[in-house]
Design a protein. Sequence first.
Length: 142
Amino acid sequence: MMATRWEPLVEMQRLSQEMDRLFGSQSNRVRPSNHAYPAVNMWEDDDRVFVQAELPGYSLDQIEVFLQGQELTLKGKRDMPSHDAGKWHRREREAREFQRVIKLSQDVKDADMSAEYRHGVLTVRLQKCEAAKPIRIEIQSS
């Protein structure tokens, strides 16, 4: 008999997928993999592309945002404070360093971009190039 390791997170994910399949879930939510940190939402309107990332516990000077071509890079490092006095009873929040590269679906302008960090959420706003903006075509009737 061969022993296998039980991985509860994998089993919970499998169970959740099976429940969605059985009950016909219409959810369009994508569950990030263990390697996709931070969790990111990305959407666009006619003029801009928006990217939001959850970064709880980081300070503004621990986060960097870079744009190169069609790649947006989010980078950060968080050190956990040390406690010289006393002893730890629980330490679940870890020091973390990350770099996440997000491929954009269209070109954006180098100018008129901004990033804001509030309440642990980073929001990046990027201006679309004119060629990427939709152009309305008038329909003629005959």
